[in-house]
Design a binder for this molecule. Structure first.
Ligand code: NAP
Ligand code: MG
Length: 431
C-alpha cells in the first residue's frame, strides 16, 4: 500500500466551552516528486481529456511537479512556434516528457485558427531536436481480441524517424532523356550513377539517410529492447537495395556485435535480422512479445496495421526514445477532432482516454525509475492496471464496446469512463 488516508477533525470550541467537530476531511499523503517532468499540453478533445486525467487520476494522489508548455495551436501561433522548441529543449534538460496530441496544421486549420503561417508538425519539430526513435505498442486487454488470433502479447513497432521517402526529392520526367545521381565531393570531384535512360515520360525520386541517424536508431532500439527485456527484430530489403538498405543492416550488426551482444546474452534476449518480406510472414505467425524495428516507411505502414489488428488506435501507446536516454511519451492517436466538435455543440462524447493515461503512466514510471522513486513507479503500475481492469469488468468507451467480446458492455461517456477508472484505482490503492 502506498497511501495513508486519515480522518482529520477540524475542531472549534462553542460558547459552553465544549469542543464541536466542524469538519472532517480525508487527508492523503501524496506521492512526492523530486524532479519535474515536461508537460506538453495539446489540442481539441485530447486537451479536454488531459485536464480530466490530471484532475481525477493524478493530482489527488501525486504532488505533481511539471514544467508546463502549452502546445495548443493558439499558443503555438502566438509564440511563432517557439513554445514547441522550448518544450523539446526542456525535455533535453529533464529527460522525461509527456505530450498531449496536437493539431498539425493544414490549409483548413490555417483558416480555422487564423494562423500566421502553416506551422510544422510539433512531433516533427520535437523529433528533429531530440533525434529519437518512436516505439509504438498496443495495450492488450482481455475482451479486445486481436484479429490475428495467435497474437497473445503486444508487438512493439520501432520506427526510424528520419529520412528516406520522407525527405525525398522528386521530379516528373516529361519525356525522353537521361537521369543520373550526382555526388559532388567538397573538393569538386563528381561521382555519377545512371538512374535511367528515359525513352518516354516517367517519374524519379532521390532519397537519403545519414549514418549518424541510423546509428542512433540502432542504439535506441538495442537500449529499448534491454529496457523492456524483449527480443529485437530488424528487417530491410537488403537483397534488392544492396547499398542503401544493406548499410542499415551492416550498421545494426556492427553496433550489436561491438556494444550489445554480451548485454543481450545477459538479459536473455536476442537480436534477429531478416528480410522485410520474411519478417512480415513471421510476424503474422508469431505470438508477439518482441520489438520490430522498421525503416521509416515500413514503420509508418506497419504500425497502422499492427494497431488496427490489435483493436483500436485509442489503445496504442507511443514513446520517443533518444540514443542518450531522453523519453517523450504520448498517445498514438490524434486530437479526435470529430468528437471535439460534438463536445463543443454540447453533445455527449465517448472518447477513450486510455492511451493518454498510459502516456502519463509511462512518463511517471520513467521519472520514478530515474529518480529512484519506487512509489511513483508503483502508482504508474496501479493506474495502468486500473484502466485494464475497468475495461475487463465491462466498463468502456464506445470504440471498444463496438469490438469487444465481453457480453453486454456498459458504454460510458468520456468523463464517466475516467471516473470508473478512478473508482477501480481507489479500490486497488486501499488493498
Ligand atoms: P484521430 O484524432 O486519431 O482520430 C481519427 C478517428 O479515430 C476519430 O474520429 C475516432 O473515430 C477514432 N479515434 C481516435 N482516437 C480515439 C479515441 N481516443 N477514442 C475514441 N475514438 C478515437 O485522427 P484525425 O481526426 O485524423 O486527426 C485529428 C487531428 O489530430 C489532426 O489535426 C492531426 O493533425 C492530429 N494528429 C496528431 C497526432 C499527434 O499529435 N501525435 C497524431 C495524429 C493526428 P470515430 O470518429 O469513428 O469515433
Ligand atoms: Mg501513418
Amino acid at each position: 500500500m502506498i497511501f495513508f488516508v486519515t480522518m482529520e477533525q477540524i475542531v472549534a470550541v462553542n460558547s459552553d466551552s465544549k469542543p464541536v467537530i466542524c469538519r472532517e476531511e480525508n487527508i492523503m499523503t501524496k506521492i512526492q516528486m523530486t524532479t519535474p517532468l515536461v508537460e506538453m499540453d495539446g489540442d481539441e478533445m485530447t486537451r479536454i481529456l488531459w485536464k480530466m486525467i490530471k484532475d481525477d487520476l493524478l493530482l489527488p494522489y501525486i504532488d505533481l511537479k511539471t514544467d508546463y508548455y502549452d502546445l495548443g495551436l493558439e499558443h503555438r501561433n502566438e509564440t511563432d512556434d517557439q513554445v514547441t522548441v522550448d518544450s523539446a529543449n526542456a525535455t533535453k534538460k529533464y529527460k522525461v516528457a509527456v505530450k498531449c496530441a496536437t493539431i498539425t496544421p493544414n490549409a483548413a486549420r490555417v483558416k480555422e485558427y487564423e494562423l500566421k503561417e502553416m506551422w510544422k508538425s510539433p512531433n516533427g519539430t520535437i523529433r528533429a531536436i531530440l533525434d529519437g526513435t518512436v516505439f509504438r505498442a498496443p495495450i492488450v486487454v482481455k475482451g479486445i481480441e486481436p484479429c490475428v488470433k495467435n497474437w497473445k502479447k503486444p508487438i512493439t513497432i520501432a520506427r526510424h524517424a528520419y529520412g528516406d521517402v520522407y525527405k525525398g526529392t522528386e521530379m516528373k520526367i516529361p519525356g525522353p532523356g537521361k537521369c543520373e545521381l550526382v555526388y559532388t565531393a567538397e573538393d569538386g570531384t563528381e561521382t555519377r550513377e545512371l538512374i535511367h535512360n528515359f525513352t518516354g515520360a516517367g517519374v524519379v525520386q532521390g532519397q537519403h539517410n545519414l549514418c549518424n541517424s541510423i546509428e542512433s536508431f540502432a542504439r535506441s532500439c538495442f537500449n529499448y529492447a534491454l529496457d523492456t527485456k524483449q527480443d529485437l527484430w530488424f528487417a530491410t530489403k537488403d537483397t534488392i537495395s544492396k547499398k542503401y538498405d544493406h548499410t542499415f543492416k551492416d550498421i545494426f550488426q556492427e553496433i550489436y556485435d561491438s556494444e550489445y551482444a554480451q548485454k543481450f546474452k545477459d538479459a536473455g534476449i536476442t537480436y534477429f535480422y531478416t528480410l522485410i518480406d520474411d519478417a512480415v510472414a513471421r510476424v503474422m505467425k508469431s505470438e508477439g512479445g518482441y520489438i520490430w524495428a522498421c525503416k521509416n516507411y515500413d514503420g509508418d505502414v506497419m504500425s497502422d496495421m499492427v494497431s488496427s489488428a490489435f483493436g483500436s488506435l485509442a489503445m496504442m501507446t507511443s514513446v520517443l526514445v533518444t540514443p542518450d536516454g531522453k523519453y517523450e511519451y504520448e498517445a498514438a492517436h490524434g486530437t479526435v477532432q470529430r468528437h471535439y466538435y460534438k463536445h463543443l455543440k454540447g453533445e455527449e462524447t465517448s472518447t477513450n482516454s486510455v492511451a493518454t493515461i498510459f502516456a502519463w503512466t509511462g512518463a511517471l514510471r520513467k521519472r520514478g525509475e530515474l529518480d529512484g522513486s519506487h512509489e511513483l513507479e508503483e502508482f504508474a503500475d496501479k493506474l495502468e492496471k486500473a484502466c485494464v481492469k475497468t475495461i475487463e469488468d465491462g466498463k468502456m468507451t464506445k470504440d471498444l464496446a463496438l469490438i469487444t467480446t465481453i457480453p453486454n458492455p456498459v458504454v460510458l461517456n468520456s468523463e464517466d469512463f475516467i471516473k470508473a477508472i478512478r473508482s477501480t484505482l481507489e479500490g486497488m490503492l486501499l488493498l
